[in-house]
Design a protein around this ligand. Structure first.
Ligand code: PRX
Length: 639
């Protein structure tokens, strides 16, 4: 057994789960014993879901980077911590051992400190998938600053909104980022964002693409120059700043059912323990193995299972800069072959996309090193599951279908590789510490098996969301008030005859497009920014590759003579306001929207029409103008 808290049999799982529910404090303190603490906790858990207030390991002092870096130096200093595969396969890959990563994180912690970053300050990181992104994240944690990573696909407007919400005075970015055949000018996007953020004092820019950038005197500095100053000073060590267990570690913005993204806050101790615990258990990680999580560090999956989980466990994390389909659709398989990957963790949308390119791209690629394969981010359909099993896992690798959320910090419901049973399209059983339950719309618990309902969690696990940054009430109303004394996930689920959970998708106005969460209200707000738009309504529809696509019904004030041009303009507006990930797949122009007499849009009807159901639309008599439904159904856009 590699880790003392690694579960290696079904009985041990059942026992651990039972114990974790009966005695959470005892259970989690026995896990936490195996970490490095500057001072031990006085109390394991204090909580109520009414405020909500959740505190784990109160009284403890620590720094997550002591656990992710320093403690591995003696025994595993020369082990690879990060293996980085560049966008362009012709470019050399990089390997950073624990010693090298520790060195670079200390260096950059000095850079942050020299530039005025102190404990509690918010630092926004907007970079491509290069090792320096992980270095910046860890350096923030080391100085006690709160990082907020923004995915490279978000627009200047989205960045500005997030910077203002977090009041982040520091930004770390790159000149640009490579993604497939594209070169994204990150610094220039930051410049646009900062027009509305005069409180930003410092922008540190790493050179990646050599795209020309403008540097503002007094505000912008080069990463390389700043590191050079530290070298000139003799590279002094940078002991990690001592943090309280509940000090915030990071803010990560995610979409909800309102128009404004929420800053989900996670704290040091609980997040550290839970990401590590789930990493070594779900994937059954063995020291020395290469773990390849294909997510971007801009999302929670990258935070937890590229950076903190694997490094906390002294593992080797493979980071990939590019995209699965460039230079061709065999890129993942080339990487698995080249770096002898043991664990591959990706999203169903990537699997479906690669499936559509056919098996030719697998030819000649050795996938024999794979031991465990996993999915995350959205429900996986059975066809994709079987393809993944047969062609990637070759029928011998357990597939872990991991359900969790930005707010949960780590995996909540998943089979444990090779230890607990898998079932196609089911996330199956809860992790120790997690007690799921289903409730009906009235909040009554739905008991027994073979039932479905809204998925809730009864009590806190160590990496539960602590607050939404700057607005605790929002955290309460979003997650803890729909059903009193329960955490509500926003997902629907069913529980089969064996007690296995299958997540059926969001039950709120949040879409899951290619595994990315996008609020319909956010997209509507963006569409409405277009000068010609009077009103819009956005719903999801089933999409073969993306899981869900974005379908927009739009009322124009004055219609341009060329609808195709107007559609393009609207898409461009959405791209500008949110980012390309939120561009509608279909835009249908309508003269009105189905509304109730009180003015509420009947999305149920719009969803049905978007799915192609134009006849059985249910009761429309309560609508203000039932005639509009017929018109919309007639004008439905096909493929
Ligand atoms: O609807 C669920 C879906 O993704 C949502 C969480 O999105 P996000 O916070 O962006 O985090 C994604 C990565 C953890 C959930 O509310 N989801 C996530 N994993 C699964 C899933 N749906 C079905 N099966 C999953 N394995």
């Amino acid at each position: 057994m590699s880790y003392p808290y690694q579960i290696t049999s079904l009985e041990a799982y059942r026992e651990a789960w039972q114990r974790s529910i009966e005695d959470p404090a005892g259970f989690w303190s026995s896990v936490a014993e195996h970490f490095t603490w500057r001072r031990r906790w006085e109390r394991v858990l204090t909580w109520n879901f009414t405020e909500p207030k959740v505190q784990w390991f109160t009284g403890a002092q620590l720094n997550i980077t002591d656990n992710c870096l320093d403690r591995h130096l003696e025994a595993a200093g020369d082990q690879p911590a990060i293996v980085w595969e560049p966008n362009d396969p012709q470019e050399h890959h990089r390997v950073l051992t624990y010693r090298q990563l520790h060195f670079k994180v200390c260096q950059f912690a000095h850079v942050l400190h020299n530039n005025g970053v102190r404990k509690g300050d918010r630092v926004c990181i907007y970079m491509g998938m290069i090792p320096e992104l992980a270095i910046a994240v860890l350096a923030c944690a080391r100085v006690g600053a709160i990082h907020s990573v923004i995915f490279g696909g978000f627009s200047a407007q989205s960045i500005s909104d997030r910077l203002q919400d977090a009041q982040a005075a520091f930004v770390v970015t790159c000149d640009g980022a490579f993604r497939g055949a594209k070169d994204i000018p990150l610094k220039s996007v930051i410049d646009d964002a900062l027009v509305t953020c005069p409180f930003v004092k410092r922008v540190i820019v790493f050179t990646r693409t050599r795209t020309p950038v403008s540097m503002i005197k007094g505000r912008d500095v080069w990463w390389e120059d700043e590191v050079h100053h530290v070298e000139t000073a003799g590279n002094p060590p940078f002991p990690a700043v001592e943090m309280e267990a509940e000090d915030p570690l990071f803010i990560l913005y995610t979409s909800g059912s309102t128009g404004k993204p929420k800053g989900v806050v996670h704290s040091h101790a609980g997040y550290m323990v839970y990401t590590n615990y789930t990493f070594v258990n779900v994937f059954q990680y063995r020291p020395g193995e290469v773990h390849f999580c294909t997510a971007d560090i801009g999302w929670i999956t990258g935070h937890s299972y590229i950076v903190y989980g694997p490094l906390g466990a002294g593992g080797t994390s493979l980071m990939f800069e590019g995209i699965p389909t460039w230079p061709d659709a065999g890129r993942f398989w080339d990487i698995v072959d080249k770096h002898r990957v043991n664990i591959l963790y990706t999203a169903p949308t990537a699997i479906r996309s690669l499936m559509s390119y056919g098996l030719g791209y697998l030819e000649g690629k050795c996938l024999d090193t794979l031991r465990v394969i996993g999915t995350v981010g959205e429900p996986i359909n059975e066809e994709a599951w079987h393809w993944y099993d047969a062609h990637i896992g070759k029928g011998k690798c357990p597939i872990v279908d991991t359900w969790w959320q930005t707010e949960t910090g780590g995996v909540m419901i998943s089979n444990i590789a090779g230890v607990t049973p898998a079932k196609p399209s089911y996330a199956t059983l809860p992790m120790p510490g997690v007690e799921p339950l289903l409730v009906d719309d009235a909040g009554r618990e739905v008991e027994g098996n073979g039932v479905s309902g809204n998925l809730c969690i009864r009590s806190p696990w160590p990496s539960i969301i602590r607050t939404t940054y700057g607005d605790h009430e929002r955290c309460r109303t979003n997650y803890f008030s729909t059903y009193p004394d329960l955490y509500f996930t926003g997902d629907g689920a069913l529980r089969d005859e064996n007690g296995f959970y299958r997540i059926t998708g969001r039950v709120d106005d949040v879409l899951n497009v290619s595994g990315h969460r996008i609020g319909t209200a956010e997209v509507e707000n963006a569409i409405n920014m277009h000068a010609g738009v009077v009103e819009s309504a956005v719903v999801g529809f089933s999409h073969d590759i993306k899981g869900q696509g974005i379908y927009a019904y739009v009322i124009m004030g004055e219609m341009h003579s060329d609808p195709a041009l107007t559609r393009r303009d609207i898409s461009l507006t959405v791209s500008r306001i949110i980012g390309p990930i939120a561009k509608p797949d279909r835009i249908q122009f309508v003269s009105g929207l189905p509304k109730t007499r009180s003015g509420k849009i009947m999305r149920r009807i719009l969803r049905k029409i978007a799915e192609g159901e134009t006849e059985q639309l249910g009761d429309t008599t309560t609508l203000l103008d039932p005639g509009v439904v017929h018109e919309i159904a007639q004008g439905r856009l096909g493929q």
